[in-house]
Write a protein of this length. Structure first.
Length: 256
């Protein structure tokens, strides 16, 4: 069963449907083919054709296209904002579905709305000069969604619900484990991004380093130290102080 199956009536799915309806006329908006590479040069790529090309791993091509889309969404809004949400819809639906499956207490419609709001907010400020635009957007949206879910779970229980208990925060899913560790202050948001990109999204360490604006060696050391603290946190062990992690070499493993 697809993790996004229950998201066909949410704001994300409605935006995707609007995207397909609006841009089925391929003359409405398009993207210069050269942004995708030499084999597409010489013609414009309709948005409905561009969409599946953007959902792969971070690459120079996807960065160029997303910089074009995000830049137009900022400057022109309207159709370009709809285009951005529509093209990112598969990633947005998956993010919302994973969050809904792991956090009780929030309706899927509410989580989907949080995901779209986070995506549009980050789209307006993301650094388009750095690599890994789509990956960085995915992790920013995930952090904002988890923050909303955690805030909802930690809200006081109304008097009329005495006897009910707030939902227990799960930790089995790796994304959620990272979010819990970040929420607890064990790792930073940049460290969560680094671990998530390289361990879960199959982005190379060198690509992740470029996304974060650091060297590959610095990224490797930062990940080793962050993973040592993360593993200690997840296994209820004493969390090492940062000064004690000079030579940390801990493999990141989280049970699914």
């Amino acid at each position: 069963m697809s993790v996004t199956k229950n998201y066909e009536s949410t704001v994300i799915a409605l935006a995707e449907e609007s995207f397909l309806t609006r841009f089925s006329d391929t003359s409405v908006l398009s993207i210069p083919g050269q942004l995708f590479g030499a084999e597409w040069a010489g013609r414009n790529i309709p948005l409905v054709e561009a969409k599946p090309l953007l959902m792969g791993p971070a690459s120079q091509a996807s960065d160029r296209v997303w910089a074009h889309v995000a830049g137009n969404a900022r400057e022109l809004g309207g159709d370009w904002s709809l285009a951005a949400v529509g093209m990112a819809a598969p990633m947005l639906k998956r993010t919302a579905a994973i969050a809904c499956a792991k956090f009780d207490g929030m309706r899927q419609d509410d989580l989907a709305a949080e995901v779209v709001a986070a995506f549009l907010a980050y789209l307006a400020v993301i650094d388009l000069e750095r690599t890994g635009i789509l990956v960085r957007m995915r992790w920013a949206v995930w952090r904002a969604t988890v923050k909303a879910a955690m805030t909802n779970a930690e809200a006081p229980v109304p008097n009329s619900m005495i006897g009910s208990m707030p939902p227990v925060m799960p930790c089995a899913h790796p994304d959620v484990a990272l979010a819990r560790a970040e929420h607890a202050g064990v790792i930073t948001s940049a460290e969560a991004d680094l671990i998530g990109m390289t361990r879960l999204d199959e982005v190379s360490l060198s690509e992740a380093a470029e996304c974060l604006g650091i060297s590959a060696n610095a990224a490797k050391i930062r990940r080793q130290k962050a993973e040592a603290r993360l593993v200690a946190f997840l296994t209820d062990q004493p969390i090492p102080a940062r000064k004690d992690l000079k030579h940390a070499r801990t493999r990141f493993v989280v049970a699914a």
